[in-house]
Design a protein. Structure first.
Length: 353
């Protein structure tokens, strides 16, 4: 049986694509081990999948001044030493890295032991951890055509992002029943991320009375972001977060209004859900969501609204446009190679082992 090490951590976005690969890797006959930080979010997320987990020391590499910049390099060096020992112990045939700073020592250790490495970059431009890992990679998977010029020549492969296959197995009627919706009125799903998005939440609520004339709305508004005054409005339901039911909510949804995080929009692409993206503003981020959204807009997958200039009528008109032309958006997404990411990545792994 061939051995693969998965690595990545620090945020859920550096873990969930790895999780999405696990069933197909097992089906293809790979024995899987996971390397993450001692107590990072990746340890908790991986624990449900019965994959052996190994923790190493991890330090953050910062572009700005911080007193920890003087101590974290020693944590990284320790992590490199621990990762090399794990390579000797586990003897993997290949390493697949989803990024995050914990992955850098793992990728370095694999290169030292001449073990093939595949890196996956979700955003339009590589983050710092992946930039440090690029010289050691055999192949680099990416989500966007625009990313390829930023990657080493001959290494880039346009794959899209692996998504959880259970999301493809939703039941529309179960979703309608869960929300107490009717089957004869279209559904909008609003997603602001696990922590919610105040600007998106406010915009939807300001437009609520007008939108409910033509749509039903399920609103995933984030932890602590529910508005109790809206609890008994017919055709509108809000949740802080859903887990098991998410696949059914997607199945019943006609249009999604969402932030533009790379993993989130790749799920919309794989599910072929017409969508309106409201990316996080450049003032509150490094601007990666704006670049992600513009790429999807250019490819015909999404309509995009800027948070800074968002107003009620603009939001309503854009949702109406996307719903009216939903077949055009679905057709564009159906023709995208990025929607078949898991099979592309699995075949890439097989080609290097």
């Amino acid at each position: 049986m061939k051995q693969i090490i998965l690595t990545g951590g620090g945020t859920a976005g550096h873990v969930t694509p790895n999780i999405a690969l696990i069933p197909k890797l097992k089906e293809a006959g790979y024995e899987i081990n996971y390397i993450g930080s001692y107590d990072g979010i990746e340890k908790k997320l991986i624990s449900d999948f019965h994959v052996p987990y190994f923790g190493i020391s991890s330090g953050k590499l910062r572009r700005y001044f911080d007193i920890k910049n003087f101590t974290d390099p020693f944590k990284v060096l320790k992590g490199c030493s621990e990762a090399i020992r794990l390579m000797n112990k586990l003897k993997p045939d290949i390493v697949f890295s989803k990024g995050g700073f914990v992955s850098v020592p793992v990728v370095y250790a694999a290169q030292r032991r001449k073990i093939p490495v595949i890196i996956h970059e979700s955003d339009m431009t590589p983050g710092l951890a992946n930039k440090l890992s690029l010289p050691f990679a055999n192949k680099v998977c990416c989500n966007f055509p625009e990313t390829i010029p930023y990657l080493p020549s001959g290494k880039a492969v346009l794959t899209g992002s692996p998504i959880r296959q259970e999301l493809l197995l939703g039941n529309r009627l179960s979703g309608l029943k869960f929300c107490n919706f009717t089957a004869n009125k279209p559904v909008i799903m609003v997603i602001g991320g696990s922590m919610g998005a105040v600007a998106v939440n406010n915009a939807i609520r300001d437009a609520l009375s007008k939108l409910l004339e033509n749509y039903q709305i399920v609103h995933l508004c984030g932890k602590g972001k529910q508005d109790s005054s809206l609890n008994h409005i017919t055709g509108y339901i809000q949740f802080e977060y859903v887990k098991e039911e998410l696949k059914d909510l997607f199945a019943m949804t006609d249009v999604v209004v969402s932030r533009a995080g790379a993993n989130a929009i790749c799920e919309l692409l794989a599910l072929k859900k017409p969508n309106v993206l409201i990316p996080l503003s450049a003032a509150a981020s490094r601007g990666d969501q704006i670049l992600n959204a513009k790429s999807f807009q250019k490819q015909g997958f999404s309509a995009v609204l800027e948070e800074e200039s968002l107003d009620t009528m603009q939001l309503i008109d854009t949702i109406n446009e996307v719903y009216t032309n939903k077949a055009t958006y679905i057709n564009a997404m159906s023709n995208s190679k990025q929607a078949d990411s898991i099979d592309i990545i699995i075949n890439l792994i097989k080609s290097l082992t």
